[in-house]
Design a protein around this ligand. Structure first.
Ligand code: SAH
Ligand code: SF4
Ligand code: F3S
Length: 451
């Protein structure tokens, strides 16, 4: 088999990272191995994100940068959510792109590449690109390989995809399609294979991961039950999940945080805004009070649970008072970390054509104030862990020699001095110093705590 070089650049969310990994898995039997730069690659895939305007523009500037490296043998592909949303536009603006395919058709990559080579051989000139942005009836998951290449101690596993919620700001229902849950058995098998490859922590992924619904035996199986089921896999030490929607936070899932030891005490639960008026125009279909109730309940089951959220500032019609309501919600809850964005109008979504768009300078000002508050909360959360001894999964190599990076149960990044042999182990670390985005500490035991 001829060795071929593959370069993949991933933009956007964890689901895209998972998809990129699976593309590499599909291409491995064809002789492709990953390289770090597009230069000299036989196949370049840009796995794109459409969520905000900036993410979108990046694709065209990156295409322009890669173009000079493109020779006769290089196949250039655009995948992911921009491909799904504006595939035809990409082929018009960048006719040198060979393949454009969406998130639901990448299992067809081998045949698409073969077709691209055939049309290259014929030298049929510009406009010969292949576009595949179908939402096929059969699920791509049924066609993905059983092999997993290049997985580390912590891995992603997609269990649910797509979204039927149609928040008025969001493109995801259009780019990822309708909600779909994979069968329990397929998930269990994939998780077991990952653990066989040395994975200790699995993050279950979905655009609405807690809307997951499967069948186990004769019973319905939601995310809480699924995690309990997966916890029987020997060697699987940690379970996480994202992203959850407040409307789908059921009792069983909350109780899993108390009863299933592998389920980590961390929850990313986006609220977007603290104002009921804005939540309504966003079509979130939940209120501030509903969200606060969930948090209160969760804290009764798991008092130490660390919380995270996404926020959008400057959604159409957001008044100073609406924004103050977001700030006071943040103060009331106390987040361990969070993401916040300026509203970015997306073509084809209802928000883009709403009256009362908020001026850019107001959005910037609000974002700065919100981020200042969130940064203080994150720093405070990190400071509160100083002096504690926490189990840390050492899942990355540090930049410095003799340094490893890991994660606490609360998803804080930890830097430690360590022998490289502890890479992939879960060790007890006494936290010594807190920073804005990380903590440092000393390993207490040199042995894995969970063996
Ligand atoms: N499914 C997840 C989030 C998907 S998108 C959920 O329901 O929460 C990730 C985050 O991007 C969103 O939570 C939102 O905060 C942000 N986002 C989505 N569309 C956006 C837009 N048009 N402008 C700014 N931020 C946006
Ligand atoms: Fe987008 Fe809303 Fe669906 Fe999340 S729930 S993916 S924000 S439409
Ligand atoms: Fe972006 Fe698509 Fe993920 S739009 S955030 S890559 S689902």
């Amino acid at each position: 088999m001829i060795e071929k070089r593959l370069y993949i650049k991933t933009y956007g969310c964890q689901m895209n990272m998972y998809d990129s990994g699976r593309m590499a898995d599909i291409l491995k039997p064809l002789g492709y191995s990953l390289i770090e730069t597009p230069e000299g690659a036989d196949l370049v895939i840009l796995n794109t994100c459409h969520i905000r305007e900036k993410a979108d523009e990046k694709v065209y500037s990156d295409l322009g940068r890669i173009r000079p490296y493109k020779d006769d043998k290089m196949v250039l592909a655009v995948a992911g959510c921009v491909a799904q949303a504006e595939g035809a536009e990409i082929m018009r603006r960048a006719p040198y792109v060979d393949l454009v395919f969406g998130p639901q058709t990448y299992h067809r990559l081998p045949e698409m590449i073969a077709r691209a080579h055939r049309s290259q051989d014929k030298k049929s000139g510009p406009g010969r690109g292949i576009l595949d942005v179908e939402f096929p009836l059969e699920s791509k998951f049924d066609h993905l390989p059983q092999e997993h290449t290049g997985v580390g101690p912590s891995a992603f596993l997609a269990i649910q995809e797509g979204c039927d919620k149609f928040c008025t700001f969001c493109v995801v229902p259009y780019t990822r399609g309708a909600e779909y849950s994979r069968p329990v058995q397929a998930i269990y098998e994939e998780a077991s294979r990952l653990v066989d490859c040395g994975v200790k922590e699995i993050t279950l992924l979905g655009q609405n991961v807690n809307a997951y619904h499967g069948v186990l035996g004769a019973n319905e199986c939601g995310l809480g039950k699924l995690m309990e089921h997966l916890s029987s896999i020997k060697g699987l030490e940690r379970l996480r999940y994202m992203t959850s929607h407040p409307r789908d936070m059921d009792e069983e899932l909350m109780i899993a945080h108390r009863d299933v030891p592998q389920v980590m005490p961390f929850l990313h639960l986006p609220i977007q805004s603290g104002s009921n008026q804005i939540l309504e125009t966003m079509n979130r279909k939940h209120t501030r009070e509903h969200y606060l109730k969930i948090i209160e309940k969760l804290r009764t089951y798991r008092p130490d649970i660390a919380l995270s959220s996404d926020f959008i500032v400057g959604f159409p019609g957001e008044t100073d008072q609406d924004f103050e309501d977001t700030l006071n919600l943040v103060s009331e809850i106390g987040y361990a970390q969070a993401y916040s964005f300026k509203y970015s109008p997306r073509l084809g979504t209802p928000g883009a054509v709403m009256d009362n768009q908020v001026p850019e300078d107001v959005k910037s000002d609000r974002l700065e104030r919100l981020q200042d508050l969130l940064n203080v909360q994150q720093q405070t959360f990190n400071e509160l862990s100083v002096g504690k001894t926490l189990p840390v999964l050492l899942d990355r190599k540090g930049k410095k020699e003799g340094q490893l990076l890991g994660k606490t149960p609360y998803l804080q990044s930890v830097y430690v001095e360590s022998s490289p042999r502890l890479f992939g182990e879960c060790v007890n670390v006494t936290i010594e110093k807190a920073f804005a985005n990380s903590v440092t500490g000393t390993i207490l035991t040199q042995e894995s705590v969970l063996k």
